[in-house]
Design a protein around this ligand. Structure first.
Ligand code: BGC
Length: 512
């Protein structure tokens, strides 16, 4: 072990131990509850490639990466990505090597429905997903399918995307086709991946496609119709498929955790958490349904002061509130990191008006001290994960939580990824603390199976348990140390902080 690695291990144990009063039980070996599920994940645009092959049409990421120079850090695209369109058997082999219970992947809408609508179903796309699903099932691995992980058909975007009320019908029609085609074998459906990133980053800002940058309006209109579209898919499944297919359907929300900079920032922190998570969780998971009341009040008041005739946050009708409430069998959660919040007026004064940032009226930041190495792109604060899981338990009546993403991004390409190992150990340990406290957490998904197209960062930031060489046309995948460590967690159904893997051979264990 090099000096750098030793320093890193000391550093991560300090992060974990310094918070040991409230979090993180540090017994060396900790068991998972019986029946707990482990998996890893990917998303269509990030791994498939084959962007225009066999009848697939253009989605918003194809469009933007082709049309806009300098959009992506390394000027790359997902045209080939990990070439999973051709290499899916190797992907399944890796899932087997890790001994996972399930593999989470997403469907590309334009691969299945090139016109965006069900008037034409692309048989090559159906074949691709059938092959992937059947390959998984052959080895007893459950497919967990995300219907929408950001790659909206470009044509639908040109018709307003998620701000068009008709998107509810478009998405419902697409979801029904997916249930009809694959629901005999897929028993875990995720409707939407991360509404916050879709609506805030894509409609309110220009950080992700479609980069509309219409602050204070775009994100809220997107939120309303995206949520209703989610509910449409849920009701379609419930009414037309659940009885015969007997699956589970849920939404995946992303949430950071927020800490007050000082005691006077407690309210600001609560408000920030509401803008980040509550805006989507409340309508579905709270008893009252609807947007969080305080959020409605803040945006309505600000809108009136700014001269708008009505709130920039569109209302739900009482029928829509009912239509949405309770439409998720599980609480899907993606979590990466924590932020400090302050009600710093000088910073807030400079926010664009109107905007979500101005509506929330808080300043957020994270700490460089949470970097695990000079290469970190994700900052590590495991206690935040524990606190977020506790918040969800207390706020939403202890729902069954499925962690659908958690993982560590780094600019370091190497295979000896001790910082990623430290991140996973810290966060999994924090999750076990929440389980000990009676949080009903039933599965954990490592993001991600292999390096892939990391959105605006292109291939500069890596999250993979497996390294992928994007310079090589064969796209070889090689396990990192984190893959070996995660495999042992899955095999032993326990977290052993002292486990040191032998990285010479990654093989499929018997029974996989
Ligand atoms: C997304 C993934 C992404 C990951 C890391 C999540 O927000 O669902 O697609 O790769 O974060 O940035």
């Amino acid at each position: 072990m090099t000096f750098k690695r030793i320093a890193l291990c000391l550093f991560i144990s300090q992060i974990i131990v310094s918070d040991s009063k409230t979090c993180c039980n540090h017994r060396n070996v900790r068991k998972f509850p019986d029946g707990f599920l482990f998996g890893s994940a990917s998303a269509s645009y990030q791994v498939e490639g084959g962007w225009n092959e066999d009848g697939k049409s253009e989605n918003i990421w194809d469009h933007d990466t082709h049309q806009i120079p300098n959009l992506i850090a390394d000027e790359s695209t997902g045209d080939v990505a990990d070439d999973s369109y051709h290499l899916y058997k190797r992907d399944v082999e890796m899932v087997r090597e890790l001994g996972l219970d399930y593999y989470r992947f997403s469907l590309s809408w334009t691969r299945l429905l090139p016109t965006s609508f069900p008037d034409q179903i692309n048989q090559a796309g159906v074949d691709y997903y059938n092959n992937l699903i059947n390959e998984l099932l052959k080895y007893n691995i459950k497919p967990m399918v995300t219907l929408f992980h950001w790659d909206l058909p470009q044509k639908l975007q040109e018709m307003g995307g998620w701000t068009n009320p008709h998107a509810v019908d478009w998405y419902g029609d697409y979801a029904r086709i997916a249930f009809e085609l694959f629901g005999d074998r897929v028993k875990h459906w995720i409707t939407m991946n991360e509404p916050t990133q879709i609506c805030y980053f894509g409609y309110g800002l220009d950080l992700l496609a479609p980069r509309l940058n219409i602050p204070g309006l775009g994100e809220y209109h997107c939120s309303k119709y995206l949520l209703l579209a989610h509910a449409r898919a849920y009701h379609i499944y419930n009414e037309e498929f659940r009885a015969s297919q007997e699956g589970t359907i849920f939404i995946t929300l992303s949430a950071g955790w927020h800490l007050p900079e000082s005691e006077k920032d407690t309210d600001a922190t609560r408000i920030m958490q509401m803008f980040d998570l509550g805006i989507y969780a409340h309508p579905i998971f709270s008893k009252s349904g609807d947007w969080p009341l305080q959020l409605k009040e803040i945006i309505a008041r600000k809108s009136a002061e700014q001269g708008f005739k009505r709130s920039r946050l569109p209302d739900f009708t009482p029928e829509e509130v009912e239509y949405l409430r309770g439409t998720s069998d599980l609480f899907g959660l993606n979590h990466y990191s924590t932020y400090y919040v302050s009600a710093n007026e000088t910073m807030v004064k400079n926010y664009e008006v109107p905007s979500r940032a101005d509506d929330a009226g808080v300043h957020t930041y994270d700490l460089d001290a949470w970097k695990l190495s000079e290469f970190s792109s994700t900052k590590a604060y495991p206690l935040g994960f524990y606190q977020l899981l506790t918040h969800i338990r207390e706020e939403y009546d202890n729902p069954s939580v499925f962690v659908t993403e958690n993982g560590y991004g780094s600019y370091d390409l190497s295979l000896e990824d001790d910082d990623r190992v430290a991140y996973y150990r810290g966060y999994i340990s924090a999750m076990l603390d929440a389980i000990d406290d009676s949080s009903d957490i039933i599965g954990y998904t490592a993001w991600c199976l292999m390096d892939n197209f990391e959105w605006s960062s292109g291939y500069t930031v890596r999250f993979g348990l497996y390294h992928v060489d994007h310079e090589d046309p064969q796209r070889p995948r090689t396990p990192r140390k984190s893959a070996f460590v995660f495999k042992e967690i899955v095999r032993s159904r326990a977290l052993d902080l002292s486990y040191e893997p032998d990285m010479t051979v990654m093989a499929i264990d018997e029974g996989h």
